[in-house]
Ligand binder design. Sequence first.
Ligand SMILES: *Cc1c(COP(=O)(O)O)cnc(C)c1O
Length: 229
Amino acid sequence: MMSKSIQDNWERIQERVVHACDLTGRKQNDVRVVVVSKKQLPELVAEAAECGIRCFGENKVQEAAAKIPLCPDDLEWHLVGHLQSNKTRAAVELFDMIHSIDSTRLLEKVNSMSAEVGRTIPVLLQVNVSGEISKSGLAPEEVPAVLDASAHCMNVDLVGLMTIPPFTPDPADAGPVFARLREWRDVWRDEYGISLEELSMGMSYDFEIAIQEGATRIRVGTALFGERR
Ligand SMILES: *Cc1c(COP(=O)(O)O)cnc(C)c1O
């Protein structure tokens, strides 16, 4: 049975996206929603899929490996959480995009595993813009070395950057963090000639702010499914 709340929540999310796009003259189609289904059952993913949602995100390889086979098979899956090196092979088999590359070693491992399974996988570099200790991700000054290494990685397609801002009670406070990710992107794009067009930033409570600062992918969980158990 279709739960009314998922449908309603999805409509509400789309309205919020449209409103944020209008504020800055962006097109709705330039902002794609990755629905984060971590800790949610396959039945709920199927319900979300019935609303027309096609792109889902998970933060753990093991959970995704158990869940994805039980979900409709025409969906796109993104890894949005930290990737442990020993799960890299499973990750490149399961996912259509990895948002969380946080070292040269991991990039090279994803590259070699992708080559082994005969594919090229789109990836994003996770950048810890604010320097917050508890957050994973590359410090901005570590990114150039990874960009250099990416030139030799033929089985990864480095398409952009991702960040998670520190939590603040007022979502507007994340604005400067999102803006800095975009500014770094512009610098690296010009220096390395890599377009890095994807900016994965913004979650349920701050995605309007992220969209105003240029997000192309927002990662939304609780705004669709409600609080996770
Ligand atoms: C859980 C998670 C999200 C979604 O967060 P909500 O607040 O539920 O929208 C987004 N990004 C990452 C990396 C996550 O782990």
